[in-house]
Design a protein around this ligand. Structure first.
Ligand SMILES: Cc1cc2nc3c(=O)[nH]c(=O)nc-3n(C[C@H](O)[C@H](O)[C@H](O)COP(=O)(O)O)c2cc1C
Length: 205
């Protein structure tokens, strides 16, 4: 087969993920944002998410205490802000995000990042501790998206407009979304993709 054995540290970059800014409430009530790429959905009904967090992070300490957090999807446009929140604990990073509180979450006051295109709030379900990190599991409570990243009917997300910031340990590297290649779960996933659907929305006729 021509496969080459590589150390696991050279291959964990094969799982590409979306970069997010996770918002939490500090003890004094101020917002804190940390950058998290070890993140995935783990349950559909209800929608639940899992994030791998290093035990030293303020984000994890805040979640243990406040039992809530927000997940804000990083975009290519916000690469600098999201990257900065991932390299420092200095509170200066929190000013890079336009904090707002969703009305329906007002009892819980979960800070969300208004300058990121998609903002979701979660209540804490569980934390599983491992040697260096913890797996934080949350249940979706509210979800908001900028109108500008929706389809013309304003009912569905257009991920090309979100332009998500993607991460790989290979490099490590940031990437953007590539072309639309097919419809998952379809019997013929590649069928009927018009050439114009492969291009960015701005490039469509
Ligand atoms: C692109 C990127 C992705 C990151 N992903 C994670 C992650 O999934 N889990 C984690 O524990 N730390 C991750 N980090 C590191 C934290 O964001 C960083 O240590 C941050 O300073 C933690 O802030 P806090 O102490 O305010 O929570 C990532 C950093 C970057 C730059």
């Amino acid at each position: 087969m021509g496969k080459v054995e590589l150390h696991h540290s050279k291959l964990h970059g094969s799982l590409v993920s979306t970069v997010t800014a996770v918002g939490t409430r500090n003890l004094d009530g101020s917002p804190n944002y940390g950058t998290f790429a070890f993140i995935t959905w783990i349950n559909i009904q209800p929608l639940m998410i899992c994030i791998g967090m290093n035990k030293g992070h303020n984000t994890l300490k805040n979640i243990r205490r406040e039992k809530q957090f927000s997940v804000n999807i990083g975009s290519i446009e916000t690469l600098d802000e999201v990257n900065f929140a991932g390299i420092t604990k200095d509170p200066i990073k929190n000013g890079k995000f336009e904090t707002f509180y969703h009305e329906e979450d007002s009892e819980r006051l979960c800070p969300m990042a208004g300058n990121l295109p998609i903002c979701m709030s979660f209540s804490l379900v569980d934390i599983h501790d491992y040697p260096t990190s913890s797996a934080v599991i949350g249940k979706l409570e509210s979800s908001l998206a900028d109108e500008s990243v929706l389809d013309p009917e304003k009912t569905h997300l257009d991920m090309r407009k979100v332009n998500p910031l993607l991460f790989s340990f290979s490099g490590p590297s940031y990437f953007s979304l590539g072309a639309f290649e097919g419809k998952p779960w379809a019997k013929e996933p590649r069928a009927d993709i018009a050439p114009k659907d492969r291009s960015l929305p701005d490039e469509k006729e």
